[in-house]
Design a protein around this ligand. Structure first.
Ligand code: FES
Ligand SMILES: [Fe+2]
Length: 385
C-alpha cells in the first residue's frame, strides 16, 4: 500500500486521488480524529425545545466522554461533564429526561447538583475537614444555541459555532421558515458497521442518486436533478435540489394536496464535522442526521425528526419519516456497509473523485472538500508527528 504523501491536500480536486483506504479503518487515524477533530469540534446534541422546562436534560456521549446539558430555573441552558465530583461516578445514563426536583443526584453516595452545576447536597460532609461545597460543582462544558439547536464542545478554546460557519443560519432560514418553532417527533439510532466518513461521503454526493437503488430514484424523481447544487463554504456545505419540473402530485406514496411543508426543495446543510440538517421536499419537518463515531469501523447514526410546534404533522410528512427510516436510510446503510468492506481489499488503495469543471449535480467535489478538512485536521498523524 503506498504511503500517503504529506502533500495529499495539495492535489488539484479535479485530478486528485481519493483519501487512501486505510484512513477508513486504521486505529491510528481514528485516534487522531478523536483527539484533533471530535474533542475540538461542536456536537449537535438536540433542540432547545427538548430542554423546555427547568430540570430537563439531554446527554451526549463523545467516545468515552459524556456531557449533560440542563435547563435551570433562570431559563439558561448549561452543559457539564457527566461525572460526579466525589469519586467520579457517571451521573446520568439516559439520553434525555427530566429531573424532578431539578437536581441531578449521584446514585453512589447521593451528592446532588442543581441545574447550574452547583453542589447542593453532599451527605455527611459536615465531618470533613476543610471541605467547601462551592469547590465541587460540576465541571462546565462549552454550550451554544445555534438556530435553536444545542451544541456542546469539549474544547474550551474553540471558536463559537456562529464564527465557525458564517452564513449557515441565513441559508437555513431561507428554506426552513419554521426553524424557530420546532418540537421533537422522534429520534432513531442505528449502529452502522462503517467508518463515520463513509457515511458522510455517501450523503454529500449526488453521483449515486440516480445510479444506486430504487428508493434513491424515487427521491431523485421529486427534484430537478440537473439543478442539484452542491456548494462548500469552508466548514459548512449545502446540497440542494429544486423541485422537479412539471407537476408533482404525490410524494412518499401520499398525495401532496393541501399538506403544509417547509419547502418543495430538497434542502441539506452540513456543519463540520458530522452534523446535517435537512428537509425532504413537501415535508413539514426538519431532519437531523448525525454520524457519531464509535470505533474505526462502527458508527452510531442518529436520525432526528422535528415537527413544527403547535402544528399537526401532515400525513405526508409522517409517510416521509417512515420512508426514511425503512427505505432510503436502509438503502444507504447497505451501501455504507459494503463500501466499508471493500475498503479493506488488497485490490484497492484509493480511487478518483468524479469532479467535473462545472461542479455539476453529480460531481463529488463535496467529498473531496470534506476529505480535505479531515486530512488537514489530523495532518501528521500518518507520520507519527
Ligand atoms: S461518586 Fe457520586 S456521590 Fe460518591
Ligand atoms: Fe444516498
Amino acid at each position: 500500500m503506498p504511503q500517503i504523501s504529506r502533500a495529499w491536500d495539495e492535489q488539484d480536486a479535479e485530478e486528485a486521488y481519493s483519501l487512501p483506504a486505510h484512513f477508513f479503518y486504521d486505529q491510528k487515524i481514528f485516534d487522531a480524529e478523536k483527539k484533533d477533530i471530535f474533542f475540538k469540534s461542536w456536537h449537535m446534541i438536540g433542540h432547545e425545545s427538548e430542554l423546555a422546562t427547568p430540570g430537563s436534560f439531554l446527554t451526549q456521549d463523545i467516545f468515552e466522554q459524556s456531557v449533560i446539558a440542563t435547563r435551570d430555573r433562570d431559563g439558561k441552558i448549561y452543559a457539564f461533564h457527566n461525572v460526579c465530583q466525589h469519586r467520579g461516578n457517571r451521573l446520568v445514563e439516559e439520553r434525555r429526561g427530566k429531573f424532578s426536583p431539578a437536581l441531578v443526584r449521584c446514585a453512589y453516595h447521593a451528592w446532588a447538583y442543581s441545574m447550574d452545576g452547583a453542589l447542593q447536597a453532599a451527605p455527611r460532609t459536615e465531618c470533613l475537614k476543610n471541605f467547601n461545597k462551592a469547590d465541587y460543582g460540576l465541571k462546565p462544558v462549552r454550550v451554544e444555541n445555534y438556530g435553536g439547536f444545542v451544541f456542546v464542545n469539549l474544547d474550551s478554546d474553540a471558536q463559537s459555532v456562529a464564527d465557525m460557519v458564517p452564513g449557515a443560519l441565513d441559508e437555513m432560514r431561507r428554506f426552513l421558515p419554521d426553524l424557530d418553532r420546532l418540537r421533537l417527533i422522534e429520534e432513531v439510532d442505528v449502529i452502522v458497521d462503517a467508518n463515520w466518513k463513509v457515511i458522510q461521503e455517501n450523503s454529500i454526493e449526488g453521483y449515486h442518486f440516480d445510479l444506486s437503488g430504487p428508493v434513491h430514484k424515487e427521491l431523485a424523481a421529486l427534484i430537478d436533478y440537473s439543478g442539484y447544487d452542491l456548494t462548500s463554504h469552508d466548514n459548512w456545505w449545502t446540497y440542494i435540489g429544486p423541485p422537479a419540473k412539471g407537476e408533482t402530485t404525490h410524494a412518499y406514496g401520499v398525495e401532496i394536496g393541501n399538506a403544509t411543508y417547509q419547502t418543495p426543495w430538497f434542502f441539506n446543510i452540513g456543519l463540520w464535522p458530522n452534523t446535517t440538517f435537512y428537509s425532504f421536499p413537501y415535508t413539514d419537518m426538519i431532519g437531523t442526521f448525525i454520524m457519531i463515531p464509535l470505533d474505526p469501523e462502527r458508527s452510531l447514526l442518529r436520525f432526528g425528526y422535528y415537527g413544527i410546534e403547535g402544528r399537526e404533522l401532515p400525513e405526508l410528512t409522517q409517510a416521509a419519516i417512515r420512508w426514511m427510516n425503512t427505505q432510503l436510510g436502509p438503502e444507504d446503510i447497505q451501501l455504507n456497509v459494503s463500501n466499508q468492506k471493500g475498503l479493506h481489499s488488497f485490490g484497492f488503495t484509493h480511487g478518483r473523485y468524479l469532479i467535473d469543471a462545472e461542479r455539476s449535480s453529480y460531481s463529488e467535489h463535496l467529498v473531496h472538500h470534506f476529505h480535505k478538512l479531515c486530512y488537514q485536521a489530523i495532518r501528521g498523524a500518518e507520520h507519527g508527528a
